[in-house]
Design a protein around this ligand. Structure first.
Ligand code: NAD
Length: 479
């Protein structure tokens, strides 16, 4: 398919990077180059900041309705262009086309929900201090920055841009170097939707460009999603520059806990489908599965049936359910972890290697009998690899689930309501599902991590509130 937008979108115009550099985008299913896109360097980051900063005061002073209506118009245009957007993500990072569409639909719903929520972001009042009426104002921060990963590109663009701009801020977003194409089409659609020049700016580039955003002295806030290592670099750069507000959504190592009284077929289906999605390349993928003794063999039997039942093929084919990993680097990383797990003595009961001659496809792989403390139980795999571990008691499995530097999401399967609630309270994670997988999250609940899975929240009212500063106003009156 023809790719229309490949330049940087700054101040409502398409521009080449100041250094004139470009980089290739590769289709991971065919290993062929799709196109070249412009790469932003430090100077371009500065130009984009200047545009966003210049646009801020007029945008801030729009009525909430004027901002909301542009967001709703953008939702309409995304719906009209859903096939184009889905195809761009599909060819650049390998997600099956139907899943691309489903996620963009979720994005459209998120725009409508977040836009409506804006009406209710207000302040507090207090008359607790005699002689005073005090109240708070929630005001936008100014020009902000966002950095997104490659695994759900169009959805993540919406997730960052909409709450930022609907709150009255302006933004410079950097897409991932692996999947920059849908971000640029979304930039074009935002222009069509009537966002004034400079309100939404979209640039492409690698970690170096991201680092330039994080260490810039002008941006008032940066919202990052990606690996924990890069998240830490963003936090450090923000602290060393202008102490811009920071939120980081980072990696995960989701524990799914299956008790003996669970609906075993349902739990197997739920966890298998979760780990198949996007070929396991999800921060909320349940890559650690703890199964209680007594149902262990039965669970594995059911899990294998569903987890290995995939249709691999061209992600553009609507019947394909399982695509390649995003690129050679990710492919090598997953194969290395699989080899390391084999060497550690873990038992690969299915899969365990490359799936096709061409493209970065990895077989759905299941390990059992994993030695305690093995890297497979600690490192984020970001591939279709399940680690299944037996446990005896509730106390033991809580300790196992919490024995991780990550704390993004978790799930528990049981018919005992009290047990489900006890686990939900005990597990250290930002989101927990009871008889529900992490991809089934409610759209209006906050999302974010405990521990090294991140700082801050997105989605819901708490997510939107992060895009405002709070000011206390104290009015003295005669008594
Ligand atoms: P990554 O950290 O390599 O890259 C993410 C983004 O950060 C990219 O745009 C990249 O160019 C940029 N970047 C890299 N180094 C940087 C630096 N030093 N300073 C500033 N920016 C930098 O991650 P990835 O491989 O693109 O994505 C996969 C990771 O994202 C996984 O760890 C996954 O768990 C995580 N993720 C988290 C969530 C969440 O909501 N918690 C959602 C999706 C993905």
């Amino acid at each position: 398919m023809a790719v229309t937008y490949t330049k940087l979108f700054i101040d409502g115009k398409w521009v080449s990077g100041t250094a004139g550099k470009t980089f290739p985008v590769i289709n991971p299913a065919t290993e062929e180059k799709i196109t070249e896109v412009a790469e932003a360097d430090d100077d371009d980051v500065d130009v984009a900041y200047t545009a966003a900063n210049k646009a801020f005061s007029a945008w801030r002073d729009f009525s909430a309705w004027e901002r909301i209506n542009r967001c709703l118009k953008l939702a309409e245009l995304i719906e009209e262009n859903i096939d184009r957007l889905a195809q761009l993500d599909c060819i650049s990072m390998g997600m099956p086309i139907n899943l691309c569409r489903t996620l963009i639909h979720r994005g459209i719903e998120e725009i409508k929900y977040t836009a409506g929520l804006t009406h209710d972001i207000t302040g507090e009042t207090s008359i607790n201090t005699p002689g005073f009426l005090s109240f708070t104002l929630r005001q936008p921060l100014g020009a902000c920055a966002a950095i997104i990963p490659w695994n759900v590109p169009a959805f993540m663009w919406i997730h960052k841009v909409i709450p930022c701009v609907v709150a009255g801020n302006t933004i410079v977003l950097k897409s991932s170097e692996k999947s920059p194409l849908s971000a640029l089409l979304l930039a074009h659609l935002s222009h069509e939707a009537g966002f004034p020049p400079g309100v939404i700016n979209v640039i492409s580039g690698f970690g170096k460009t991201g680092a330039a955003l994080a260490s810039h002295h002008g941006f008032r806030r940066i919202s990052f999603t990606g690996s924990t290592a890069a998240g830490k670099a963003v936090l450090e750069a923000a602290a060393k520059s202008n102490m811009k507000r920071v939120s980081v959504e980072c990696g995960g190592k989701h524990p799914a806990i299956i008790f003996h009284d669970a609906d075993i077929k349902d739990a197997a289906k739920s966890t298998a489908v979760n780990l198949q999605l996007n070929s396991g390349q999800a921060c909320v993928a349940n890559s650690r599965i703890y199964v209680q003794t007594g149902i262990y063999s039965q669970f594995i039997e059911e899990f294998i049936k569903i987890f290995t039942n995939v249709k691999m093929g061209s992600p553009l084919d609507p019947t394909t359910t399982f695509g390649p990993l995003v690129d050679k680097k990710q492919f090598d990383h997953v194969l290395r972890l699989i080899d390391e797990a084999k060497e550690s003595g873990a038992n690969p009961i299915t899969g365990g290697g490359r799936a096709t001659e061409l493209g970065y496809f990895v077989q759905p792989t299941i390990f059992t009998d994993i030695p305690k403390g093995a890297n497979l139980l600690r490192t984020e795999v970001f591939g279709p690899v399940a680690a299944i571990v037996q446990f005896e008691t509730e106390e033991e499995v809580i300790a196992l689930a919490n024995d991780s530097e990550y704390g993004l999401s978790a799930s528990v399967y049981t018919r005992d309501v009290s047990r489900g609630i006890r686990i939900a309270k005990a597990v250290e994670a930002g989101t927990i599902g009871i008889n529900a997988a992490s991809h089934e999250n409610a759209y209006n609940m906050p999302f974010g991590g405990w521990k090294q899975s991140g700082i801050g929240r997105e989605k819901g009212k708490s997510g939107l509130e992060e895009w405002y500063e709070i000011k206390a106003v104290n009015i003295k009156h005669t008594v």
